[in-house]
Every structure is written in C-alpha cells, then in structure tokens.
Design a protein around this ligand. Structure first.
Ligand SMILES: Nc1ncnc2c1ncn2[C@@H]1O[C@H](COP(=O)(O)OP(=O)(O)OP(=O)(O)O)[C@@H](O)[C@H]1O
Ligand SMILES: [Mg+2]
Length: 411
C-alpha cells in the first residue's frame, strides 16, 4: 500500500468541527487512522462570522486527530456549505468538428462549457460542474462520448452556484490555523461519497444532511446528481423550540433534546410517554417535571414542517427516488427522525452510516451519520491523491479531469 498518502477531511460546521484522517488500504478501502471533534465557534449558518474563533476550533479538532493518528496534518479537503448554494440543470449543444465526425475531448469540453455559459449574480461563482449524461444525434444516456461518432453533441450538466465570499473566508480561517486547503467540496456531495452505494445513485435517492443551522439536499438518479438545494434550518430549531416552550437555557434545551427528545410520538410506549423529566427553568433554582410526551409534542410538529419543505423539493423529481431517502448530519440522529421522514417522504428512509465497503481501521468509531461529511471528504481526498500518483507525469486535459472526477464521484 502507498503509505505516503494521508487523506484529511475537515468538516467545519456551525456546531461542530470534525476531522478524519485516512490512509489507503487494500481493495480501494480507506483505513481511518485518526479522528477529532471540537465545539465550533465563529460560524453561522455554515458561514464564517469570526475568523480567529473558527481557526481555534479547527486547531482543536485537528490536534485531537493528530494525537489519535500520531501524524502531522499539513493540508485538508474542506466542506463547502452555506444557505445560498443552489443547483441548476443546463444543457449545451455543439457541432462535432473533427474528421470522420469522431467526438474528441475538445468537443466534450466545448459542450460542457456551452452548458455552463450563464449569467451569475455579482460575487457568485460556479462551484461544481457535474456532467449527467450526453446526447449524440438524439441518442441519450451516453456517459463517455469521446471516440464515438456523431454530428451533434449535447451535454446535460448539473451546475451548482453560490457566493464566492463564503468559500474564501473559510479558506482564510483554515490557513490561519496553519493548514493548506487542498480543495473544497459541497457538503452533501461529501456525505454522498461516504454514505451512498452505487445502486442508490443509479436507481435514485435523496441525500438529506441535517446539520445544526443548515440542511442540504442532493438528489441522485441515473448515476448522477439531479438536484441540489440548501435550507436555512437544522437541529438548532428544535433546541430553540424547547428553550422557548419549557423556558430553559439553550444549553439545557440541547441536553434535554439529545437525552429524551423524540420526533415520532408513535414510537413512545405508555411507560415512555409518562416518563418524568426534571428541568430547571431559567432564573429558578428549583426543578419542575414534565413528561416525554410533552417534549415530543414540541418536537414532532417542527420535524414534520422541516421535512415537508425538503420533500416538496423532491416531489417534482424524475426519475423518482426509488432507493429512498438517506439522512446524514447530527440532526438526523434525533430519535424518530427516520420514522417520521419515512412518512413525510412516503419513501424508504435510513440513516447514512459509513458505507462498510469503503472504510476500515477506526471506522467503527466514526460510523455515525454526523461523521458522513468529514469521512466523505477524506475518502475523496484519498481517491484523488491515488489518481494523481498514478499519472505518468502528463497533466491530463480539463475534460479528462472532469471525467475522472465524474467516474470517481459516482463509483
Ligand atoms: N441525539 C441527538 N438528538 C437530537 N439532535 C441531535 C443529537 N445529536 C446531535 N444533534 C443535533 O445535531 C445538530 C448538529 O449536527 P451537525 O454536527 O451535523 O451540525 P454542523 O455540521 O455543526 O452544522 P451545519 O452543518 O448546520 O453547519 C445539533 O443541532 C445537535 O443538537
Ligand atoms: Mg454540517
């Protein structure tokens, strides 16, 4: 195995920073050799609001991962998050130029470029170009057109756009912590890397990453990304509801939520419903009691409301999400979230644990859905470092790079 490769994924969230260190193992697996987590400071809705605080939180998570692995971390692949990112499906058509009408990499390059020619709001950029398929003289569903014959080449491309300032500010905070930024990757794409199977992507599924203040949705189908959307809500909304409803501090509300919370009342049996929870209202020293049923009555309507927003986005999708819904992110671990999502989406739903066929080593310690983004970032870094290493000195063309990324992403 190539032990020079160390793949580092750094997921800088609004509530937690998580770092995963991986090394290549046999059969394309990644052995997880280090991981670290810290409370995040200086972030709001996925965006940096205080550089110094973010850089300190990054340092704490990275140092912990370094201690576990015994390695020094010099660079990392980062998550790209923020409420303004959105995806659009575009197409671009070109005439095949070459002799014998054989499609070249340049033709594909031009078709993708033509699909990406769009007016962007000031300060915005294209953050991802994800080819979906190609159409040659009306024949659709073609994945690798180079070398085929035809006269009209059309590229269907999923393009994700967003403001560039958020990306630049996160990079600054990470560099301040003494780390190089290898690359940045959209949060749901990273989660998909570690939690989805090839069949999920082929037959159609919705990946929903529920964070603290941001929830992102990516719909896959026919092996490609079909839709991307970001919503400005997450687990913190439940905490705030509990804090207001029970008149407790945010910290206490978060503890109550994680320890006793449930978003599906039908999961609570008689004993659980009447189970007594002691709480200390703000400004009081004496405690007061409430039942788990009351807590569930606060959380369940909010869960349904938030999931309905997301389900509305997927309802219009063709092909449909036959492989169902996969939930990742800390917010997805709330008791009853899978069951209630199954009802709202009317589709099979599961938590996105790390795909066992891709991870070894300390994978069990970070198998939970809240680690999906950090582990996916590390896995993506490892795969691209292996690709780089296997190249024979020749820099590949832009199109070849797109295709490699494309194949890797949907493998
Ligand atoms: N057992 C649990 N029950 C309910 N909620 C939980 C549980 N564990 C974690 N959460 C919630 O998950 C949220 C954090 O999720 P995560 O760590 O994925 O967010 P983040 O990446 O820091 O934030 P974001 O992605 O929004 O920037 C918090 O709101 C937290 O309260
Ligand atoms: Mg997150």
């Amino acid at each position: 195995m190539n032990n020079d490769i160390h793949a580092i994924g750094l997921d800088i969230g609004t509530s937690k920073v998580r770092c995963v260190i991986g090394e290549p193992a046999a059969d394309g697996l990644m052995n997880i050799v280090g991981y670290g987590e810290s409370d995040s400071r200086g972030m709001r809705r996925g965006i940096v609001t205080a550089t110094e605080a973010v850089s300190e939180s990054v340092t704490r998570a990275v140092e912990e991962a370094e201690r576990v692995s015994g390695l020094d971390v010099a660079s990392a692949v980062l998550n790209l998050s923020g409420e303004h990112f959105r995806g659009e499906n575009k197409s671009g058509v070109v005439a095949v130029a070459g002799a014998g009408r054989e499609i070249s990499e340049e033709d594909v390059d031009r078709a993708i470029e033509s699909a990406c020619a769009m007016q962007l709001p000031s300060g915005w950029e294209i953050v991802n170009r994800l080819p979906q398929e190609f159409i040659i003289d009306g024949q659709d569903g073609i994945m690798e057109p180079v070398g085929m014959t035809g006269s009209r080449l059309e590229a269907l491309v999923h393009i994700v756009i967003g403001p560039s300032a958020g990306r630049q500010n996160l990079m600054k905070a990470v560099r301040k912590a003494g780390l190089e930024v290898e690359r940045m990757m959209l949060e749901p794409l990273a989660a998909a890397e570690s939690a989805l199977t090839d069949d999920d992507k082929e037959y159609g599924c919705a990946l929903v990453n529920i964070g603290s203040e941001i929830t992102s949705l990516m719909v896959f189908g026919r092996g490609a990304v079909q839709h991307t959307a970001v919503f400005p809500f997450g687990g913190l909304h439940f905490t705030k509801d509990i804090a207001v409803g029970l008149r407790v501090s945010i910290q206490e509300a978060n503890k109550i939520k994680q320890r006793y919370g449930c978003v599906a009342s039908f999961l609570l049996d008689g004993d659980a419903r009447s189970e007594n929870i002691e709480i200390t209202p703000v400004g009081r020293t004496e405690t007061r009691g409430l039942t788990r049923e009351i807590l569930c009555d606060i959380m369940q309507p909010r869960a349904i409301e938030l999931l309905q927003h997301i389900a509305q986005e997927t309802a219009r999708m063709q092909p449909q999400i036959s492989s169902g819904v996969i939930l990742t992110g800390g917010g997805s671990t709330a008791s009853g979230m899978v069951e209630i999502a199954e009802q709202v989406f009317d589709a099979p739903t599961r938590l996105g644990y790390l795909d066992g066929s891709s991870f070894g080593g300390l994978a069990e310690q970070v198998s939970g859905p809240e680690w999906a983004v950090a582990a996916g970032l590390a896995l993506s870094s490892m795969r691209s470092q292996i690709r780089e290493g296997s190249r024979t000195g020749r820099r590949p063309s832009k199109v070849a790079e797109w295709f490699e990324n494309f194949r890797e992403k949907f493998r």
